[in-house]
Ligand binder design. Structure first.
Ligand SMILES: *[C@@H]1O[C@H](CO)[C@@H](O)[C@H](O)[C@H]1NC(C)=O
Ligand SMILES: *[C@@H]1O[C@H](CO)[C@@H](O)[C@H](O)[C@H]1NC(C)=O
Length: 342
């Protein structure tokens, strides 16, 4: 199946045609995937599973808008490492969630809550991996993203090891980040699109310290930052921390900030050299990525469509189906090691 892109950039067409070949050759993303639309409904195992999940998300979102950014990050951390199999949710002294890159993840308790509701309604049926994909879709939709179709029928992985967590640091170079995405079967358009998840949420000043004070060991700031923005970020992330003070957090997209709204302002800020992370600002410097950025900054609709497609592609990475994996009773434990069972 050839991937379809709604957004066609004339000059990009050639570049993209190269990536299509790449995607078709990738083993991690074999479309058509073995997942189906409304799996729990068509199999008549939990007809209202998606309705229950949406209801929980709506209730929670009213109290805490940060959940959309948290779930997006959780899904990214799950899907890119060993596939979209819920392995990020497993507890354990050396599980994926204990890896350095995953230290600030949140949303676990909320996934537990949804799982408890589903276990009460349809015991042993709905996988934690599907819950994560569906809840993320619904939360991000409430934040302003499109509601895209999530195929279901994923099963849960039975292993989770911190050592397998290869997520790149937010201060990584563009080339390394793109190589990482391609190793998972995604392409430059997916990466430019999924970076749009930085349209909301926070990051740690430690990831931009070098941009603000010592870019590439030059002792100077990143020359690609707009001066007024640099001054502003330096205020938020001071050069010297007081004794015992930890690095503060800053908004990934100051235009969204505490509203936690999903929009294309992230791309406008790349164009005005006001992106927070180095990897975001680098969108400006590739011919293809600059065109994608201009397109998304000019048209929220194009961004929304591309986002829907790339989110589906991410959710399909190395899924477990059929007799693979299991359906966990508790998202934090494999059924074999679930301490709450007799
Ligand atoms: C960082 O410095 C090295 C050595 O001077 C140079 O080759 C490289 O291109 C620089 N990287 C950036 C992102 O400026
Ligand atoms: C930011 O990162 C630093 C260095 O890893 C860490 O010590 C600090 O606790 C983090 N700050 C927050 C608020 O998470």
């Amino acid at each position: 199946m050839r991937r379809q892109r709604f957004v066609i950039f004339p000059l990009l067409a050639f570049a993209l045609s190269l990536y299509v070949v790449d995607v078709e050759g990738a083993s991690s993303l074999q479309p058509p995937v073995k997942l189906v639309w409304h799996y729990y409904k068509v199999h008549n195992t939990c007809v209202n599973a998606e309705v229950y999940i949406r209801h929980q998300v709506e209730k929670f979102y009213k109290r805490d808008k940060t959940i959309a950014a948290k779930l997006l990050r959780l899904q990214y951390s799950d899907c890119f490492v060993t596939g979209s199999d819920g392995s990020i949710l497993l507890d354990g002294p050396k599980s994926e969630k204990t890896a350095r890159q995953n230290r600030r993840l949140g949303g676990f308790a909320f996934i537990d809550k949804i799982k408890t509701v589903l276990e009460a309604r349809c015991p042993g049926v709905v996988s934690c991996a599907d819950i994560l994909n569906l809840a993320t879709r619904d939360a991000v939709h409430l934040a302003g993203a499109p509601s895209y179709p999530v195929l279901t029928g994923r099963r849960d992985g039975m292993t989770s090891t911190a050592a397998s967590v290869d997520l790149p640091s937010p201060s990584i170079s563009w080339e390394a980040a793109l190589a990482y995405f391609k190793s998972k079967g995604l392409d430059v358009l997916d990466m430019a699109t999924l970076l749009g998840a930085h349209s909301m949420g926070k990051t740690n000043c430690s990831y931009i310290e070098d941009r603000l004070y010592n870019f590439n060991k030059t002792g100077k700031p990143d020359p690609s930052m707009k001066a007024s923005f640099l001054a502003n970020q330096r205020k938020l992330c001071p050069p010297r921390l007081k004794k015992g003070q930890s690095y503060p957090l800053v908004f990934l997209n100051p235009a969204s900030g505490p509203k936690y709204s999903f929009s294309n302002s992230y791309y406008s800020r790349v164009l005005t050299k006001e992106a927070v992370l180095g990897v975001d600002q680098q969108l400006f410097f590739g011919d293809d990525t600059k065109q994608i950025t201009q397109e998304f900054a000019a048209s929220f609709e194009d961004f929304r469509r591309s986002f829907a497609l790339s989110m589906s592609r991410m959710g399909n990475i190395n899924v477990l189906t059929g007799k693979e994996g299991e359906i966990r009773k508790n998202c934090r434990f494999t059924n074999k090691y679930n301490p709450s069972k007799n």
